[in-house]
Design a protein around this ligand. Structure first.
Ligand SMILES: [Zn+2]
Ligand SMILES: [Zn+2]
Length: 367
């Protein structure tokens, strides 16, 4: 006789600063319009680390619920994940089937604020995320999720690559918002996961020159792996702006991407642009930087903020399916869910520069 099927699963639940607990919770049921997804791989993001070290930031607090999900702490973490559908709620038959491989687009929006009404739900005034604000998360064995959040993973794209589609979509949105054109020159400041994915996207979209500035030597290797045509070291090699101009016929780059969130990089991101160039800020800031407004005004440069993605998952998936973008080499570690704090969060905090992505699965392997 086989043992009765388990009704509980493991989930990494966030209670507050330095307090993530691996708990046994009931396996959710797919309600009407939902799929039950067995999580294959889930990436740990810088946002998760911020919650662990200084939260709750995007997570609700223990007393104040998220305005859309209505949930308070604890919440299940994990917003970058892939998985396989194991059951379907009512009314979904036909569009999805058991066994479909999927990725989750985790943005939760209100559908009624100005941004949502005008098609920019990524800038929703009540913005939330699956895996931060409620509705379960990818750092669990299962998640029941509404059809609207799902994308099918194309054949030939691995479940590990699927878990990196969310940060790749962030990069794709940033490049799109820069108005980057084929043949353009670009500067990427910072070669963490997002910086590397921005480099990949720029190369795939036909940038002629992609310069990356990054102080850490292991991250510079990642920038090279991502395809950067020139990798610069601040500040030892001196003036990055002068070096960028030297590489762009003295003019400066067409577009720059601030993916570090420090004063020196925003200065460089603006200073290294050609007249009329566009600096896209992708970083989330923990300080309030000073901006040289005259540097923008006198050369009609644009500084632009971007958040998340807007209809970028499908194109990220097709770039992966066609092989125009491959993410080989960016998974720098794997961990089992039970070890997620030690081998995931703490490893990323203590050995940050050695890693791009640590992916987590129930067992630390692919099942
Ligand atoms: Zn993230
Ligand atoms: Zn909204």
């Amino acid at each position: 006789m086989s043992p009765p099927p388990s009704t509980t699963m493991k989930a990494a639940r966030y209670y507050g600063v330095h307090d993530i607990r691996i708990e046994d919770v009931p396996i959710p049921q797919a309600k009407e319009g939902q799929c039950l997804v067995k999580v294959a791989w889930c990436g740990i993001c810088g946002t998760d680390l911020h919650e662990y070290e200084a939260g709750p930031i995007l997570c609700p607090s223990a007393s104040k619920a998220h305005p859309i999900t209505g949930e308070t702490l604890p919440v299940c973490l994990g917003h970058e994940f892939s998985g396989i559908i194991t059951s379907l709620g009512a009314s979904l038959q036909g569009s999805w089937k058991v066994g479909d491989r999927v990725v989750v687009e985790p943005v939760i929006s209100c559908h009624s604020c100005y941004a949502c009404q005008h098609g920019y739900n990524n800038a929703c005034t009540s913005l939330g995320f699956i895996g931060l604000s409620g509705y379960g998360g990818g750092l669990a064995e299962y998640i029941a999720t509404d059809e609207q959040y799902l994308h099918k993973l194309p054949e030939g794209v691995s479940l590990q690559d699927g878990a990196m589609v969310e940060p790749l979509s962030v990069a794709m949105h940033a490049v799109e918002q820069a108005g980057m054109k084929k043949g353009d020159t670009a500067l990427v400041l910072g070669a963490g996961p997002i910086g590397c994915f921005v480099i990949k996207t720029l190369i795939a979209k036909g940038a002629s020159t992609v310069i990356c500035s990054e102080p850490s030597s292991s991250r510079r290797r990642m920038a090279t792996l991502a395809g950067a045509t020139h990798v610069l070291t601040p500040p030892r090699e001196g003036d990055i702006i002068a070096q960028v101009k030297a590489l762009t016929e003295g003019n400066g780059v067409d577009v720059s991407f601030e993916c570090a969130g420090v004063q020196a990089t925003i200065n460089t991101g603006i200073g290294a642009l050609r007249p009329k160039g566009v600096c896209v800020n992708v970083a989330i800031w923990s300080i309030q930087p000073k901006i040289d407004m005259n540097a923008l005004v006198l050369q009609e440069k644009t500084l632009k903020g971007v958040i998340c993605y807007k209809n970028n998952h499908s194109s990220a998936l097709s770039y992966l399916a066609s092989g125009e973008i491959n993410l080989d080499g960016f998974v720098t570690g794997t961990a089992a869910l039970a070890d997620v704090v030690e081998k995931g969060f703490k490893e990323l905090i203590n050995n940050n520069e050695q890693h791009v992505k640590i992916l987590v699965s129930a067992t630390g392997k692919e099942e």
